[in-house]
Design a binder for this molecule. Structure first.
Ligand code: CTP
Length: 211
């Protein structure tokens, strides 16, 4: 398999949404699956742009990494990385942010009244973009009704494929993963494997689809 001459964008990790200069809203994404996918894409010969939220992982060899903190920064970096043949959005992007206070909130002032604002959906944005990558792939992190939710997400978000991920069982932060690949052709259950193996298998499918 070769992806020589192809540009692939990967988003990975969580986003951090600041509340004040010292506090953030975060999630448990480790970035491992996204980094493994970026590595497998580079090993297959693609030019890879990896847009990473705050994670403590080494940059895979040959991968161009852009570090971001917030969903807004991740959206801007993804847009700036276009055009691409394929985008794989693995990041666990925060759905909401708050308008951060400029000074540290003090305990004595009582619990803060946080007003949430919706973040842009990067996957939906790419799906509607005139520069939409030919192959647009999202992940669906689910704890319940994994397949049904992921099938609905593929249509709702305008993705070509969704990798459905049951995150209810120690997947976040772990080294193994069990996914299903959802495409227009249906649902394919993949056996549990290491995140590296899942990445290589996905990249084989991507190489076949991009031709
Ligand atoms: N995603 C994105 N931008 C967002 C939220 C999600 O690009 N603001 C992408 C993720 O990277 C993933 C896909 O959308 O590829 C699905 O993310 P997920 O968290 O499973 O779904 P949500 O749309 O956030 O829906 P919900 O939290 O209700 O399950």
């Amino acid at each position: 398999m070769t992806l020589a001459g192809k540009h692939i964008i990967v988003t990975a990790g969580p986003t951090h949404e600041p509340i004040d200069p010292v506090r953030v809203i975060a999630n448990r994404s480790s970035g491992k699956q996204g980094f493994a996918i970026a590595q497998a894409a580079a090993e297959a010969g693609a030019k890879v742009t990896l847009i990473a939220g705050p994670v403590w992982l080494e940059t895979p060899p040959g991968v161009h990494r852009i570090d971001v903190e917030t969903a807004l920064e991740m959206a801007a970096a993804t847009e700036a990385a276009l055009p691409a043949d394929c985008a794989i959005l693995v990041a666990a992007v925060a759905d909401w942010r708050v308008d951060p206070a400029t000074a540290k909130l003090k305990k004595a002032d009582g619990p803060p009244d946080l007003h949430f604002i919706a973040n842009p959906d990067i996957l939906v944005g790419l799906g509607q973009s005139p520069r939409r990558p030919r192959l647009l792939i999202g992940f669906a992190a689910e704890t319940d009704n994994v397949i049904a939710n992921a099938v609905a997400k593929r249509t709702a978000k305008g993705a070509d494929w969704i990798v459905a991920n049951d995150v209810g069982s120690g997947v976040m932060g772990g080294d193994r993963n069990r996914v299903a690949l959802i495409s227009g052709d249906g649902v394919e259950d993949w056996p549990e494997a290491s995140k590296d193996e899942v990445a290589r298998r996905l990249l084989e499918r991507i190489a076949a689809a991009l031709g």
